[in-house]
Design a protein around this ligand. Sequence first.
Ligand code: AQP
Length: 348
Amino acid sequence: MKRVFSGVQPSGSLTIGNYLGALRHFTRLQYEADCYFCVVDLHALTVPQDPEELYQNTLNTARLFVACGVDPKQATIFVQSHVPAHTTLSWLMECNTYYGELRRMTQFKDKAAKHDVVTAGLFTYPALMAADILLYQTDEVPVGEDQRQHLELTRDIAMRMNNRFGPLFKVPEPYIAPKTAGGRIMSLQNPAEKMSKSSDDPRSYIALLDPPDVVRKKIRSAVTDSGREIRYDPEEKPALSNLLVIYSLATGESIDSLEERYRNSGYGQFKADLAEAVVELLAPIQERFRELSEPGVIENILAEGADRAERVAAETLARVQAAMGLVPRHAAAVSSSRQETRAPSSIT
Ligand code: AQP
């Protein structure tokens, strides 16, 4: 069975961008593959986080996985920091990743430009992401378009280490939906920027937990392009095209059919209907989220998930450590043939 891994940062309240670009694919893939879905809390720490908010966002992100349809019996749901193999392998990845490669990452450049202080963690983030994915011998990684460059680097690191130390990792393939299928949902306030949960302007995103009135208000205040025509044209009408993609994915109606239906309507009617479609999409997710907020429910799911993930991660980590020449803590675990081949001549 093919293996799938994907992570989501608890760096805010998940948006419909996260849902359409990633989470909605999780719910399908869990029936086709052995899936590992991770709340990557350590990644969130690469930019400043309020500890209390990070704590709540971590639990809420996991709750939203389940509320969106990920079944903990079908897929492994866990928190990154609960499986220390991620950080251990990350160091080994960093030692096989080049400074020039990390410096080229566009997400690093974008995020560094938005913060006064740039941490070393933000710079080495892609090495930790490579560790997350490669620990699970992953075949496929469902992510949004913004993660394509990180995925390419992950593949490069895997191939480099396989060449150098022998076959250690599967080389994963990205699964990225095209733009019209949600691969890149844009900000409601600036269609040149992607929708982000950590944006300073809450009007730029629709959070999965936004109440209906907030959704309506945000869609009403979404920027639109000049002219009145409802037409999909990412070059001339980027804001409207983004809204059309959201509408189409929320309802299942094709963009062509929406263009036809709103041929003689203005933006006002279109936005009012879109808002109702999004409210309807979010209602069952919000309902399930409330049920999952009972104390202990998500914590138990995460504890079981961490146990399952740890077993797989430990195998890969041990193999990588041995291949790189690290001595295992328990000498008994070292095979005698290896001791002979590795012992320096001065002590034989
Ligand atoms: N706007 C988007 N459209 C489509 N997919 C998106 N994803 C994120 N934004 C969009 C996908 O959601 C998954 C989880 O993303 P993440 O939390 O790991 O971090 P991110 O990609 O940096 O997403 P955000 O929301 O923009 O977070 P912040 O604001 O903290 O940086 C990924 O698969 C991502 O591609």
